[in-house]
Ligand binder design. Structure first.
Ligand SMILES: *Cc1c(COP(=O)(O)O)cnc(C)c1O
Ligand SMILES: [Zn+2]
Length: 418
């Protein structure tokens, strides 16, 4: 917290001291009054700059402590989070029709999704507050990651998930020992329940939209992306950074992190941001196309992690695309399943549906002429494919059944070869 100067409301502009408020702007309420953590960047730069980072050994998100709202390093848990691999993927670039494609595999985090960056911070803030329990509502990954980090800290967790969350994610919650409410309703309903429970029982609230600190964890993916690219990328930073969008917190964090790296002298030119939604749930795309306020929708997509009909971080998500001169696109479930196999077969990275939606979005944006064939892209693959086996099987089909007999194998092989 050494460099945090305050929390600023994105709606009314009021700035608060960090001790003065826990979650959202009291004047604007939790629908509009989302707070942004403000730093003294001149002071940050004296510690965090291209020279100082060169010899830095820490290879995790804690590499960027001066840019994180952490009061006491002793609360950092032992799990390795961040510094996920960045791959150059030439065959995938050819498939997508772009000059270069880089893939950042966020499925390599402790609970196998990008959400770990936020939960790592959330648990620390709960410890700082001496909370008795931490809670969140989630389509799956925020929950499983919170359960993991709560287990690391020995902090009790209560989690609200919609009935439709994939089995593997629920299994994660239970194995880490969280108390799990499977809400017989939508994600939006689970979210409202969690908000009320947190208020009523005084539990620490990890929901990304109302908790200003979580996006600070999420932004670290961009801090890494820039540094890793400077190491391996040889040349100019990708023209586009691409990610799937549900609540809008991830894309907002990505943009904040990029702006910070630009401000601190690591990045000469800011990229454009491509936000990718599912065709069955595209409130950001609609609002962006029509330049209109948010209209919540009913979500219908197999990409559960972005099945968010009422995005809770609409302002920050929209700002990322508008300010960067980027775009939103939407992709069908069929395109998402195709992207799942394309990413696995051309770059050997296995992502869950929402994790690969960005890849499908690149293809779509190239077809629409939004991304040019001479441009390069960096895709954030936000979650691991093992989290949703049903979708993977839908994408990849069934194995060939064969008798335990070599002639039967040869017969099939011959048939395939002929
Ligand atoms: C949460 C999530 C997203 C979207 O992040 P938002 O902050 O809700 O926009 C994308 N992909 C995966 C795998 C996620 O878990
Ligand atoms: Zn306000």
């Amino acid at each position: 917290m050494r460099f945090v100067v305050g929390l600023k409301c994105v709606h009314c502009g009021e700035q608060y001291a960090p001790e003065a408020v826990d979650y959202y702007c009291p004047r604007c309420g939790y629908h509009d009054g989302i707070l942004d953590v403000i730093y003294d960047y001149d002071a940050v730069q004296s510690e965090l700059n291209p020279q100082s980072m060169r010899g830095k050994k820490e290879r995790s998100m804690w590499r960027y402590l001066p840019l994180l709202p952490i009061a006491d390093e002793a609360n950092i848990q032992h799990l390795q989070v961040g510094w996920t691999p960045l791959y150059h993927a030439p065959r995938l670039s050819a498939y997508l029709g772009v000059a270069h494609c880089w893939v950042k595999d966020e499925g390599r985090n402790p609970t196998a999704s990008f959400k770990d960056r936020a939960s790592a911070v959330g648990v620390i803030k709960a410890l700082e507050k001496k909370a008795s329990r931490i809670t969140c509502a989630s389509t799956g990954n925020a929950a499983s990651s919170l359960a993991g980090f709560a287990a690391a800290a020995g902090l009790p967790a209560t989690i609200f998930v919609p009935r439709r969350a994939p089995e593997a994610k629920i299994a994660q919650l239970l194995i880490y020992g969280a108390q799990v409410f499977s809400v017989q309703g939508t994600y939006d309903q689970a979210w409202e329940l969690c908000m009320q429970a947190s208020e009523r029982f005084g539990w620490y609230n990890r929901n990304c939209a109302v908790n200003p600190y979580l996006i600070e964890g999420k932004k670290t993916v961009s801090l890494e992306l820039v540094e890793q690219f400077n190491e391996i990328g040889a040349g100019h930073f990708p023209d586009w950074v691409v990610v799937s969008v549900g609540d809008g917190c991830t894309i907002g964090g990505i943009w904040k992190g990029l702006k910070e790296m630009h401000r601190l002298g690591f990045l000469s030119k800011l990229p454009k941001i491509l936000g990718v939604q599912a065709a069955g749930c595209q409130p950001f795309l609609t609002a962006w196309q029509q330049d209109s306020p948010l209209v919540p929708v009913a979500a219908d997509t197999l990409a559960d992690s972005i099945a968010v009909g009422h995005p809770r971080n609409f302002y920050k998500g929209m700002l990322a695309v508008k300010e960067s001169g980027g775009a939103f696109v939407a992709v069908t479930d069929k395109a998402i399943l195709e992207a799942m196999t394309a990413l696995a077969r051309n770059a050997a990275v296995f992502g869950e549906p929402a994790g690969v939606a960005g890849i499908a979005g690149i293809k779509q944006a190239v077809e629409m002429g939004i991304i040019g064939p001479e441009e390069s892209v960096a895709a954030i693959v936000t979650g691991n494919g093992l989290k949703d086996i049903q979708s993977a099987v839908k994408a990849a089909g069934a194995p060939v059944a064969v008798a335990p007999d070599m002639e039967a194998v040869a017969g099939i092989i011959g048939g395939i070869l002929l």
